[in-house]
Design a protein around this ligand. Sequence first.
Ligand SMILES: [Zn+2]
Length: 205
Amino acid sequence: MEFSSKLLERAVNEMSQLPGIGKRTALRLVLHMLKQPKEHTVSLSLALQSMRANIKFCKSCNNISDVELCEICSNPNRNEEIVCVVEDIRDVMAIENTSSFKGLYHVLGGKISPMDGIGPHDLNIESLVKKVKEGSIKELIFALSSTMEGDTTNFYIFKQIQDCDIIISTIARGISVGDELEYADEVTLGRSILNRIPFEINLKM
Ligand SMILES: [Zn+2]
């Protein structure tokens, strides 16, 4: 790509570092900004700078937060005896959107993935194990993705805390609501059979 301006080239190069943004898309976005009033670009860059400079991670659950203890951890109406273990903030947001969970979270910051060079010590696992061993948690719910990395991470944490007197569960994996059984893949259908639930529970949902 040949540029008529070094300034334009630099902006496009920076923009194309973002995931899913190729050079062409970056150019389209940058040209769009040039057409907009200058204040729009200033306010975008200030928002990004301020986020990088001021954002914090909750000291208890590692969720992204503006304050030391996030809104969920500091909410007295949440049940602190039940902790849901998730990969990142997007999972917290997804589960919060369901309004079905009133416990707390623990954000690991990823999954164990030797292929990507991510080991247990790169994640917030130690602080979770410490919390469990301190004895205030009664139930831990694993809500990691159903992949080999997710299962490895669940198992690694399980090994550290299996002697503790707590309930350890995983979110149910199975057929989506409204899905036809014949279209479900074998793994999903197999897990649905293994994770079957008493019929009366369906009636309460
Ligand atoms: Zn928190």
